[in-house]
Design a protein around this ligand. Structure first.
Ligand SMILES: C[S@@+](CC[C@H](N)C(=O)[O-])C[C@H]1O[C@@H](n2cnc3c(N)ncnc32)[C@H](O)[C@@H]1O
Length: 317
């Protein structure tokens, strides 16, 4: 795997600007989108295979059990457009169930990982047009002009919606609602459940999630001229009942000063940097989110224990 010592150090202006804004705020934050460099994307795939990380297995089971109905939402010759596609592992369940789709459009911010994944998919599905798009879905996403006329279904699995703020989630759903030819939205969302199960899923015994979150500091050292000592921050995952979300933070384990792109950032011992949240839904909160963005929940596919939900949204009349 790549690490900071083997890569060229290229200053990433967007990362520098975002990191300085977040780290100079009263409550320090970093955006989770910076977790996904190539190493981060590979670590996330490792997380999906952890025994504690039930969301991937549960969602994959739901997709498998309902593959025909879900793949059938895409009209003949239409496109399946996936937001935050990563390794597109679950997508294969839908692609395998469909002999009729015209195009698969994986969208991701992790460029090299996206293109590698697209190559693998082309080998397995030679008749399908695979059109990878590098984009940040926290801003409006424009699709290639050739796809404009195609009927399309959006796919947003992985409970990635939970990493967005409520406003961000609504903006994303509204943005997709405005795409030309959009017919449905398949949305994977994790549900509220007991605290122990939730915390264990985000703080695994092998420490892979801690490594994934801490990797953001390694990235800052490489791409934002920072000098974080990775051993001086501890990973913490907590359930925030009021906001129905898991908070993932790195906590400074001593008083320290860090340099980021020529600026000094002071940390007190015990001070956290909020990196990522994983919001959990109830059937009502999911319906409210969808409704506010112009969608009806036509159906919710769930597992037997209702741990996870794959909702089919359709445009409100
Ligand atoms: C939680 S993973 C889910 C991966 C895969 N869809 C799954 O279900 O296993 C989130 C994915 O979204 C991508 N991602 C995160 N933030 C993003 C953003 N702002 N814009 C585009 N992609 C983003 C990451 O690179 C990663 O591949």
């Amino acid at each position: 795997m790549m690490d900071g010592s083997t890569q060229v150090h290229v200053r990433n202006a967007a990362l520098v600007a975002d990191a300085l804004a977040g780290l100079t705020a009263d409550a320090k934050t970093l955006s989770p989108k910076w977790l996904y460099d190539h190493h981060g994307s590979a670590l996330f795939e490792e997380i999906t295979r952890l025994p504690e990380y039930y969301p991937t297995r549960t969602e994959a089971g739901i997709l498998h059990a309902n593959a025909d109905a879900l793949a059938g939402l895409v009209p003949q010759g239409g496109a399946l457009v996936e937001l935050g596609s990563g390794a597109s592992v679950k997508t294969r369940t839908l692609l395998d169930a469909s002999g009729h789709m015209g195009a698969y459009v994986p969208i991701d911010i992790s460029r090299d990982f996206l293109f590698e994944t697209a190559e693998g998919l082309r080998a397995t599905y030679p008749a399908l047009d695979i059109v990878p798009v590098v984009a940040d879905f926290t801003a409006p996403v424009s699709l290639p002009a050739a796809l404009t006329e195609l009927p399309k279904v959006a796919f947003f699995p992985g409970s990635t919606i939970g990493n967005l703020t409520p406003e961000g989630a609504q903006a994303l759903l509204s943005g997709v609602r405005a795409w030309a030819g959009i017919e449905a939205f398949i949305l994977g969302a994790d549900m509220v459940k007991d605290t122990q199960t939730l915390v264990a899923a985000y703080d695994d015994a092998q420490g892979v999630t801690a490594e994934f979150i801490t990797n953001i500091l390694r990235r800052l050292n490489r791409e934002a001229e920072a000098d974080f000592d990775l051993a001086a921050f501890d990973y913490r995952a907590t359930w925030n009942a009021a906001l129905t979300r898991i908070d993932m933070e790195l906590v400074s384990n001593r008083d320290q000063r860090v340099r980021v792109a020529g600026h000094s950032i002071d940390f007190a011992a015990g001070e956290p940097i909020h990196i990522s949240a994983a919001r959990k839904y109830t059937p009502d909160s999911l319906a409210a989110l969808a409704g506010a963005a112009g969608w009806d929940v036509r159906h919710r596919h769930v597992d037997a224990a209702e741990r996870f939900s794959v909702a089919v949204l359709t445009p409100k009349a």
